[in-house]
Ligand binder design. Structure first.
Ligand code: ADP
Length: 893
């Protein structure tokens, strides 16, 4: 349909255009009678996305205006649909009653709903945060703010340097932001990034990075704001005023200009869209990724922490741990999983609490029972502060709070310091409960308009009005009785309809009995309707009483809601304590249910796990085979794990990472015993099948991820490499795999603890040449009927001709098997050099290479060489020579 504006706008459309101009970038729902209508472009989008009929207004004038509408009572469902699709919506209501006299009703935008500022429960996932983000700065110095308006969670960060933008995007990804606010001056840059690299662009690290950025940016709604909204002074003043503080120093924001600017814009937008103060945003916290264990997005995906690779949610770490009873707890647990802590003291207090609750079955059960009654108080509180909470929300709050004294009583018996702190943070909020209890009915109606929200006894005026209106039945019956007697019409009825009000109905047959003081009101087929002065007066009294009741109920309710909002900080503190308590109880519950043990966390460099299990896989298989792990930064820092396909290598690698993550959120772990040195980051370079599904060049992706690991891993990191170099020809794949292993082993800055699963059995030769390498294999048993995977990981190297054995058992023709054996023998014969050393190990890095690449051994070796130089052979007796040699040998590592 071609869109042409009508030559002359009607007053209503003029009003529409004026409103629309003030809310650019939104779909404007315009209230007309019982419908909300979309016009012009909005109508085209709306009819398509909502699958509703497109019609037109003013067809007769030759320039039809496209239009589509939804019934007013169904608005929320339609808006929700659009928000989920990433649109922003403005809702324009009639803000005065249509009188019938003035032609044009006053209309105003009363609400703006956007993906990042949604607070309605139907737009939110109970166990997910809903983040709005704002980015500010130039590309070498950038700040980002993350605000969950539905809970008040507000965090900011800042990066500088060449990779500032890249790191911001990582955070946008990690927070799963729904909407990104950016200054208009960044528009061109951002648009270029959103569209990603051209499809014919050759692959490369930068192009791949672009592609990843585009995915993250496309997922969110992008909202440009005028640059002034990001102005530093404006932001600082807004934040200081909002948070009611003299300076932002207390929030760790000193010197972080870009973070402040981003935060200012986010808060500005949140308040603007809600047209409310948003006083439930009571604090803002500055973080740096290194405040937590760093899990990059691909590691989060590969380890299936909160979502399976195939998109499912049932078999994830979160699903296994999530024995929480409240939505707040579920959200916090997810946050802990995605951001494990690196703070030993904090973790030990959490572990103490979990231990306490694990050992106290009765108390744990009681707590969970009480927590069941707790609703999503954080989100209730947001709605209370943003003026959208209903009476049912207040009752929900009261019910939730009624669990607090019981919870405190249970906690009084615990000995953990964290539980004690949480107990003290829990406020019973008796004043709030009391107010709600006195003011609001126990079962209030869904909307104020239905009446009955305010409890009898709360307001004398309301009670009086209600008595008056409530007696209408009796009064009507009395009038009816009297009029029947007076007129002798026994079938006379006094009735009420919302359109005609009160009237007396007399059937046609009795019309001759109607007294003269009856005024005719309406004629029906078989009857006439009349009124009398008495009835008119009565109607006036009743209707005004009812109107006044509605007004008064609304006033009283809003007043109660305001008073409850006054206790925001106390309620919030209680809500957050409840959330933590819920998570700790859930961790204890899972630990007990699944037989987890308390890990001993240390600052050492060793990770020792006895009988470790994979927390998710163990719930899916009949009998899980536990395995040990020993890894450190010296003697056992690079574990090469070989074994046949399906042998259990990947599971073994992942369980190591998952156990470390569990411990660093404060959870017990699936093992008999675990002593774990804190880990600063976990990297995974795991299988490529999911990338194939995403249509990426798998080998390139693999190498990019590997490059990132080699550049950023630290000795405190845990690296999982599952099949490096598989996506290319055997020889160069193997060469790369080998070189990567050497680097991770030797480089002093990047020598991480590494678990390396590989099908290149040649890699096991590394053990012979590098002191920190250990070989492990996944055991299998061959039987007559086939092979049995034992899933046991033991020291040693896998039988290299194993593939051929499997092929034989699988029934390949005997001739093929024989020929394969022959080829293998030929290949193996060439694998050792004339000196008998493994070929791949032959060229150890030269002296020059060592200089470039400082190694852990470097200084020791240098020292030994120096000592050798100092020795005067002529003066040495054979005994002394032996001693010197022994001493030198001891120094070798
Ligand atoms: P690989 O990486 O060696 O190809 P996986 O680690 O993917 O093998 O394991 C293959 C399957 O074997 C898993 O899906 C799981 O069902 C099972 N499995 C692995 N490890 C164990 C274990 N320790 N105990 C029981 N079953 C296991």
């Amino acid at each position: 349909m071609e869109i042409k504006g009508p030559t002359k706008l009607t007053p209503m459309l003029k009003q529409y255009h004026e409103t629309k101009r003030r809310y650019p970038g939104t779909l404007l729902f315009f209230r007309l009678g019982d419908f909300y209508e979309l016009f012009y472009e909005d109508a085209l989008i709306g009819s398509k996305e909502l699958e509703i009929t497109l019609t037109a207004r003013h067809k007769e004038r030759g320039a039809p205006v496209p239009m589509c509408g939804v019934p007013h009572h169904a608005l929320n469902a339609y808006v929700a649909k659009l928000i989920r699709k990433g649109y922003r919506v403005a809702i324009c209501d009639q803000v005065e009653e249509p009188t019938g006299r003035s032609k044009l009703v006053k209309r105003e935008v009363v609400r703006i709903v956007t993906p990042g500022t949604a607070i309605e429960s139907q737009l939110l996932e109970a166990s997910d945060h809903n983040y709005l983000s704002a980015i500010a700065g130039n590309l070498t110095e950038m700040g980002a703010a993350f605000l969950d308006l539905s809970t008040g969670d507000f965090q900011v960060t800042e990066f500088s340097g060449e990779d500032a933008w890249e790191r911001i995007v990582e955070q946008l990804d990690a927070f799963g932001v729904r909407e990104i606010l950016y200054p208009k001056s960044l528009e061109d840059f951002l648009n270029a990034r959103v569209s990603g690299p051209a499809s014919d662009e050759p692959s490369g690290a930068t192009v791949d990075q672009f592609r990843r950025e585009a995915v993250v940016l496309q997922r969110a709604t992008r909202t440009p704001l005028d640059d002034w909204a990001f102005d530093e002074d404006y932001a600082a003043t807004l934040l200081v005023d909002h948070l009611g503080v003299a300076t932002l120093d207390g929030f760790g924001l000193t010197g972080h200009t870009q973070a402040i600017r981003a935060a200012g814009a986010a808060l500005h937008y949140a308040r603007e869209t809600q047209q409310a103060q948003a006083s439930h945003i009571t604090e803002i916290s500055f973080f740096q990724p290194s405040d937590y264990m760093i899990l990059d997005p691909s590691t989060v995906r590969h380890l299936e922490l909160v979502q399976q690779l195939d998109g499912g949610k049932d078999h994830t770490l979160f699903a296994v741990l999530n024995a929480t009873e409240t939505a707040m707890g579920a959200r916090l647990l997810k946050q802990w999983i995605l951001r494990p802590s690196v703070n030993l003291a904090e973790l030990n207090t959490r572990l103490d609490a979990v231990e306490d609750l694990k050992n106290a079955l009765v108390r744990r059960d009681q707590l969970r029972q009480h927590l069941k009654r707790v609703q999503d108080v954080e989100r209730l509180l947001a709605r209370i502060n943003l003026g959208t909470a209903t009476a049912r929300d207040l009752i929900g709050l009261k019910q939730s709070l009624s669990a607090v004294p019981l919870i405190k009583e249970v906690l009084a018996e615990s000995s953990s310091s964290l539980l004690e702190v949480l107990r003290e943070s829990l406020d019973e909020l008796n004043d709030v409960c009391d107010l709600i209890g006195r003011a609001i009915s126990d079962h209030p109606p869904a909307s104020l308009a239905e009446g009955g929200t305010i409890r009898p006894g709360y307001s004398a005026e309301l009670d009086e009005l209600r008595a008056l209106a409530g007696d209408s039945k009796g009064a009507i019956a009395a009038i009816e009785r009297r009029e029947r007697q007076r007129t002798g019409i026994s079938s006379l009825k006094v009735k009420f309809t919302s359109v005609f009000g009160y009237f007396i109905e007399v059937s046609k047959a009795n019309l001759h009995l109607v007294p003269p003081d009856y005024e005719r009101k309406q004629t029906l087929v078989g009857a006439e309707r009349f009124t009398t002065p008495e009835l008119k007066e009565y109607e006036r009294k009743i209707l005004s009483a009812e109107q006044r009741i509605a007004e008064l109920e609304a006033e009283l309710f809003h007043d109660v809601r305001r008073q409850v909002a006054g206790a925001t900080r106390r309620i919030q503190q209680t809500a957050r304590a409840l959330a933590q308590l819920d998570v700790l109880t859930a961790l204890a519950e899972t630990a007990a249910r699944r037989n987890y043990c308390r890990p001993l966390l240390t600052e050492d460099d060793e990770i020792v796990i006895k009988d470790g299990r994979h927390p998710v896989v163990e719930t899916q298989v009949d009998r899980f085979v536990p395995n040990d792990l020993f890894i450190n930064n010296t003697t056992d820092r690079l574990l090469i794990v070989t074994g046949p396909n399906m042998g259990g290598k990947s599971v073994y690698l992942r369980q190591a990472a998952l156990i470390c993550i569990l411990a660093q959120i404060g959870s017990f772990v699936p093992a008999r015993e675990a002593r774990l040195g804190l880990v600063d980051r976990i990297f995974t370079r795991v299988g490529t099948s999911d990338d194939v599904a995403r249509g990426r060049s798998t080998f390139m992706t693999e190498m990019i991820e590997t490059a990132k690991i080699l550049h950023t891993a630290t000795p405190r990191s845990l690296v999982l490499l599952d099949e490096i170099g598989r996506g290319t020809a055997t020889f160069d794949g193997l060469s790369l795999a080998w070189a990567v292993a050497e680097y991770l082993h030797n480089n002093a800055n990047h020598a991480a603890k590494t678990l390396y699963a590989t099908h290149y059995h040649e890699m096991t030769d590394l053990e012979k040449v590098l002191p920190g390498v250990r070989n492990y294999q996944a055991l299998v048993k061959e039987t007559q009927g086939g092979i049995v995977f034992l899933h046991k990981i033991v020291e040693g190297r896998a039988n290299k001709s194993y593939g051929i054995e499997v092929a034989r058992l699988a029934g390949l023709p005997q001739s093929v098997i024989a020929r394969a054996r022959e080829i293998l023998a030929n290949l193996e014969a060439n694998e050792l050099d004339p000196m008998g050393r493994p070929k791949l190990a032959r060229h150890l890095p030269s002296r020059a290479d060592w200089k470039e690449q400082p190694t852990l051994f470097d200084s020791t070796h240098q020292q030994i060489i120096e000592e050798l130089r100092q020795i005067d052979l002529d003066r040495l007796t054979p005994e002394e020579a032996k001693e010197v040699l022994a001493a030198l040998k001891r120094k070798l590592i």
